[in-house]
Design a binder for this molecule. Structure first.
Ligand code: HEC
Length: 165
């Protein structure tokens, strides 16, 4: 983009900000849209974690698939765990007035170190399951899977996710 064009774009963007700033209603709408995107994105990420857990559970409970498949899902969980903190930006708790339904408790922000630790612990548990899966011992896999659910997912949900009805 040439410099002249860039200035024109910046000017247009500036005009937009002013237009949005004219009515406080418009500002609220914009903030709500931001929160909506953020919350939908992280709920989708959480559902994907649920999908990985379901696939692993299929192996543990019913012998579906194989240990290599378990390792893949566990590794995917470990990778997602690193992104969890950034999926929870400030202003998107259930106590904030964005009008979007969320189960994110304010403790996520008031105890940020605790929340980040819970995300890291999910990563550790998932890596341990991936290791167990690579070893191929079904009992070790089942044990690591139990720990992952209890400490990894449950360890965070118990403190930071609003109880479901
Ligand atoms: C570090 C914290 C943390 C960890 C670890 C975590 N979750 Fe969550 N999870 C949350 C929070 C907070 C919410 C509520 C999100 C919201 O409603 O905005 C949530 C919501 C969910 C939801 C509901 C999504 C929806 O559609 O509303 C599912 C399903 C879920 N988590 C599954 C899992 C599974 C499975 C794991 C483990 C593999 C896991 N979570 C690990 C914090 C965590």
């Amino acid at each position: 983009m040439r410099f002249g064009n860039r200035v024109a774009v910046a000017a247009a963007a500036g005009a937009l900000v002013i237009a949005v700033g004219l009515g406080s209603g418009a500002i609220r709408t914009e903030a709500a849209m931001g929160a909506k995107d953020v919350i939908e994105t992280r709920q989708k990420a959480m559902k994907e974690l649920g999908g990985h857990m379901k696939a692993i559970n299929g192996f543990v409970e019913k012998g579906e698939g194989d240990a290599a498949m378990v390792a893949e899902h566990a590794t995917a969980i470990a990778q997602t765990s690193m992104k969890i903190p950034e999926l929870f930006p400030e202003g998107t708790s259930l106590a904030d007035s964005h009008g979007v339904k969320t189960a994110a408790k304010p403790e996520i922000w008031s105890d940020r170190p605790g929340f980040e630790k819970a995300a890291m612990s999910l990563g550790t548990e998932a890596e341990e399951l991936a290791e167990a899966a690579k070893g191929g011992d079904k009992q070790a896999i089942a044990a690591a899977f139990g720990e992952l659910g209890k400490n990894g997912c449950g360890g965070c949900h118990s403190n930071f996710r609003q109880k479901q009805d």
